[in-house]
Design a binder for this molecule. Structure first.
Ligand SMILES: Nc1ncnc2c1ncn2[C@@H]1O[C@H](COP(=O)(O)OP(=O)(O)OP(=O)(O)O)[C@@H](O)[C@H]1O
Ligand SMILES: [Mg+2]
Length: 452
């Protein structure tokens, strides 16, 4: 098993011995007696973790030398997770240490079990962040116009998009609200040969039926009361380009027929018009309804469904996107942080909330929560309360399966983080066979290599 490297900065021999005995099974240990030595070890060995005694020479009674060392460590290696040790009455220095960027603190006398848990948690977050960093480096290759995602479900969607974008095939995008349906539709358009022509969007759920008809197909002068001039519909406006039909499941039966006719004949008639107009527009439709269920309930035409879903793409909800949640959250943080110039990072409680919250509003909700977090953060760390999301402790019965899946996935990620992606050790930790662990890795789309 690859153990995380832990640099212990401590001048008291007795404590060093105690820590060595208690921690060497879980960490690869390095020792330094004072700040200067710690900095050179940091540069040389790049440990994932530092355990720093604040009472260091030359003045072990004061926390100042320790805080000074912490400051230098954070500047030299901001990705390192530091857990500080404070003497009696060390609350004030503990708070100052956290403000300077320490991950956690532990009051002396040392309780080995508690300290070990704090260090393991630190190692876990360090591994996640290192992973995000790696993802960021490799982002260019997986990018689809601002759509982030490395999990295989999203990568598969990107692959389909690159295969079908340049054809004129009709695409149906399904997914809960806020999962990126419009972004994906735009990606299809801009990867197509129609990208210099308009992308025209219309939300079928937001416009009353009678208006929707003339919005889509246009109308002739005098077609109805108030139609003082002839007007082109969105389909005509999308000539040569792409028409994005959002919430297509909301269309009335009448409009479904008209749309079907357009998809079959590529021709329309304006409302109140006699002329048949040929229109060359590619249709990409989206819905957050289960259209198959709408078919069965008789609310959506089967023939139209098959015309629309020549290619059918389903965007998974954010809570099923594994590590992408942290990847996307970090991207939003970077963007928002730049806007507000705050140099913030996620604190551990925020990262935990981001991973465990169910995100019913998906990526849009995450985007808003991060923006809120940037505005609300009181220190240079965003904490869970700043995000304004509530992580439920107890699952309700309706979502028991979901809760089980999530617990299973968390255990998997924890085990991989602890063993740095070692399958044999990870399987042992979870008390399952190696094939079972591989099965879990496939099911939750986690990449063991990312934890190394
Ligand atoms: N994979 C992604 N990476 C980064 N940002 C994303 C991703 N997917 C969506 N977003 C962002 O999330 C927000 C919501 O996306 P979008 O409007 O495309 O969702 P939608 O499915 O159309 O939502 P609705 O059903 O509510 O209309 C947008 O700000 C979008 O830029
Ligand atoms: Mg939308």
């Amino acid at each position: 098993m690859i153990k995380p490297t832990l640099l212990i900065v401590e001048d008291e021999e007795l404590i060093c011995t105690q820590l060595k005995d208690g921690l060497r099974d879980d960490f690869t240990l390095l020792f330094a007696e004072h700040g200067r030595e710690a900095l050179s070890a940091l540069k040389r060995e790049q440990p994932a973790l530092v355990c720093l005694d604040l009472g260091l020479p030359p003045d072990p009674e004061s926390a100042e030398p320790g805080l000074e060392a912490l400051d230098q460590i954070m500047k030299a290696a901001p990705q390192t997770k530091v857990v500080v040790l404070t003497g009696t009455g060390g609350r004030v220095s503990a708070i100052r240490a956290v403000q300077l960027g320490a991950f956690d603190y532990h009051h002396k006398p040392i309780r080995l079990h508690d300290l070990k848990v704090a260090l393991q948690r630190a190692a876990y977050f360090q591994a996640i962040e290192a992973d995000v960093e790696k993802q960021r480096a490799g982002e260019a290759a997986t990018r689809c116009e601002g759509m982030l995602g490395r999990t295989s479900a999203i990568q598969e969607i990107f692959a389909v998009v690159s295969r079908i974008a340049r054809t004129d095939v009709t695409v149906l995008i399904q997914g809960e609200s806020g999962t990126g349906k419009e972004l994906l539709a735009r990606a299809i358009h801009s990867n197509s040969s129609r990208d210099r022509r308009p992308f025209v969007a219309i939300n079928c759920g937001a416009i009353p039926d009678t208006l929707l008809e003339s919005e889509l197909f246009g109308h002739e002068k005098g077609a109805y009361t108030g139609a003082h001039v002839q007007r082109k519909g969105r389909l005509e406006l999308a000539e040569g380009g792409t028409l994005f039909l959002d919430e297509v499941g909301e269309m009335s039966a009448l409009l479904q027929v008209k749309l079907l006719r357009f998809l079959q004949e590529r021709a329309i008639e304006r409302v109140g018009g006699r002329e048949v107009l040929r229109v060359d527009a590619r249709v990409v439709a989206a819905t957050n309804k289960d259209l198959k269920a709408e078919l069965q309930a008789g609310r959506f035409r089967e023939d139209l469904y098959y015309r629309l879903s020549v290619v059918n793409l389903t965007l998974p909800p954010l809570r099923d996107r594994g590590e992408d949640i942290v990847l996307i959250a970090n991207a939003f943080l970077q963007r928002s942080d730049k806007q507000h110039r705050r140099k913030l990072r996620f604190g551990s409680s925020a990262l935990e909330a981001i991973i465990h919250y169910a995100w019913p509003g998906n990526i849009r909700e995450l985007e808003n929560a991060v923006e809120r977090g940037v505005l609300m953060a009181r220190t240079k760390f965003i904490e869970a309360r700043d995000l304004g999301v509530e992580v439920k402790d107890g699952p309700d019965l309706a979502s028991l399966r979901e809760a089980r899946n999530r617990a299973e996935r968390n255990a998997l990620v924890d085990a991989l983080a602890k063993t740095r992606g070692n399958i044999t050790q990870g399987a042992r930790l979870l008390a399952v066979s190696r094939p079972t662990l591989h099965g879990l890795i496939a099911k939750y789309q986690v990449n063991a290599r990312d934890f190394r």
